[in-house]
Structure formats: C-alpha cells, structure tokens
Design a binder for this molecule. Structure first.
Ligand code: HXC
Length: 260
C-alpha cells in the first residue's frame, strides 16, 4: 500500500496488525518533529480504524532511533522550546488506545528510547543498545524518560543511565526489565509480529481495557488503580465477546469474537 509519509512507512503486515517503520536511515532514524508528527498521525488514524488491532513499531533491522534530531535541538533556546510542537505529538502517541509492540535493533537512544518506552511490549535484538545520553548535550530526557525508565528498571539503574549517559546492551535491558525478550536481530520483527498477531486475535474491548488498566499502575495510586480495574472488569461483562468467550470455553469450542 502507498504510504503518505516521508519519515515513516506503514503497512498491514498481518490481518489486524499495522507495522509502523521509522525510515530515516541517513540520520540513524533521528526523530525530527516531522517524524514524530507522522507517527502521531499514523497512530491517530489507526486508533479510528477497526481493522487495526495492534501495532508493531520498529526502525528496521539496523537502528531503532538515535534520539531527537540534534540539529533541531540546536536551533531552540529556552523561550522557543516552550512553544515546541513535539509535546503535542508525544501526547497523541501516549494516548493511542491499542497495544504497541516495539521491535528494537541497534541504537535506541534518547528520544528513541523514550519512544520505545511508549510501546506496551518491547522486544530487542541482540544488537540493541539503549541509552539516555541527553546529559552529554547539557539537557535531560524530555519525553518521559526520567519517569518511564525509572518505572521500568528502578531508580539506581535509571540514574546510572541518565546521569552518566552510559549505554546498556540488550541482555542488560532484559535483566533490568526494560524489554521482555531478546532475539537474534533478524528475528526481532518476526517475534514482535507474532505477539501482535496473538493480541489481534483477542477480543478487542478486553485488550483495550487491559492496556488502560495496566498503564494506570504507573499513573495513579493503588486504590484508584484498583477502582479503575474493577470498573473496566464490570464493563466487560456487558460485552458480547465476554458471553462468547465464556460460552466457547464451557462448550469446548473455539470462540468467534466480534469486537462487541
Ligand atoms: C541528528 C543524528 C543523530 C541525532 C545520528 N545522527 N544521531 N542526527 N540527531 N540524534 C546523524 C549523524 O549526524 C550522521 O549524519 C549520521 O546520523 C550517522 O551518525 P554517526 O554518528 O556517523 O554514526 P555512528 O558512528 O554509527 O554513531 C551512531 C550514534 C551517534 C552512536 C547513534 O550518531 C550518536 O551518538 N548520536 C547521537 C545520540 C544522542 O545523543 N541522542 C540523544 C539526542 S537528545 P551525517 O550527515 O554526518 O552522515 C534527545 C532528547 C530527547 O533525544 C528529548 C525529548 C524529545
């Protein structure tokens, strides 16, 4: 299918699975404003497309993304950065209600790592390298890195990355809980697609509410999180897919979910 974008490519790689590939190889997939805008636009369209059940986010086989575009950062001062368009694009990305599985090979740095952490499940190739090197530029992560990285790997590991700018490899990222699995680099995307296909076959309302509820764990206190979970749990009892899923189990047959 034709892609209307310059910095990304999108295709339906499997039924229900949209693949979004960052494609600025000459700049190591650095996320200029246009790149982020295109990702946000693609996800916005995917949110409204019932045929999209899950997204695979990747930078291809060589590099995920080497961060924000440093050339763009150079042009900003403390006043102009206040009116930057990018926070709006990040907001659209984090508001995307369907699951995102990231397939990460090569450099995943700065804003690139922050983008990866917007995914719900992260799969890394053995060549993946993660870092928050912003400190070397006299700045700090600006798209949630200090928050999401700390939730993912804990305080001391997050501090080590944010304060020293040091990179970690895929095995370390796995041990610290930043990613769920490490694969051979040529299999990273396949593995992410397989996971996405599995998700795409599940009842979409349950999937959506599960994502929302898990994210709540890092957004609100336990009492509020439990309340949100319980409300979503009860709401799902009003769905056809709940009736179908439970009946199919009891009747020992495969469920046929409709998304209602
Ligand atoms: C713009 C970048 C870039 C970036 C690489 N390039 N990273 N351009 N922004 N973040 C460009 C280089 O300028 C170069 O262009 C080409 O890509 C290849 O890069 P090399 O350095 O020659 O490649 P290599 O030796 O393989 O090193 C790869 C690298 C290194 C380790 C990823 O490029 C690097 O350290 N990049 C910067 C990483 C970084 O600091 N990221 C954090 C950015 S700040 P030419 O034209 O010379 O071929 C950030 C803040 C987020 O992300 C805030 C929230 C939005």
């Amino acid at each position: 299918a034709e892609t209307p974008f310059a910095d990304i490519r999108i295709d339906m790689v499997r039924p229900g699975v949209l693949r979004l590939t960052i494609d600025r190889p000459k700049a190591r997939n650095a996320l200029r404003t246009q790149t982020l805008r295109e990702i946000a636009e693609a996800l916005d369209a995917a949110a409204r497309d019932a045929d999209v059940r899950c997204v695979v986010l990747t930078g291809g086989p060589k590099v995920f993304a080497a961060g924000a575009d440093i050339g763009e950062l150079a042009a900003h001062d403390a006043t102009s950065i206040l009116d930057d368009a990018r926070p709006g694009h990040w907001k659209a990305i984090r508001s995307f209600p369907k699951p995102i599985v990231a397939a990460i090979n090569g450099y995943c740095l700065g804003g690139g790592n922050e983008l990866a952490m917007h995914a719900d499940i992260l799969i890394a190739g053995t060549t993946a390298v993660f870092g928050q090197p912003e400190v070397n530029l006299g700045i700090i992560p600006g798209a949630g890195g200090t928050q999401r990285l700390t939730h993912a790997v804990g305080k001391s590991n997050a501090m080590l990355m944010a304060l020293t700018g040091a990179f970690i490899d895929a095995q370390t990222a796995l041990a610290q809980g930043l990613v769920s699995e490490v694969t051979q680099p040529e299999l990273t995307e396949d593995r992410a697609i397989t996971i996405a296909e599995t998700i795409a076959a599940k009842p979409p309302l349950a999937v959506r509410m599960a994502k929302e509820a898990v994210l709540k764990a890092h957004e609100v206190g336990l009492e509020q999180g439990l309340h949100a979970e319980r409300r979503a749990f009860c709401q799902l009892f009003a769905t056809e897919d709940k009736r179908e899923g439970v009946s199919a189990f009891l009747e020992k047959r495969r469920p046929a979910f409709t998304g209602r």
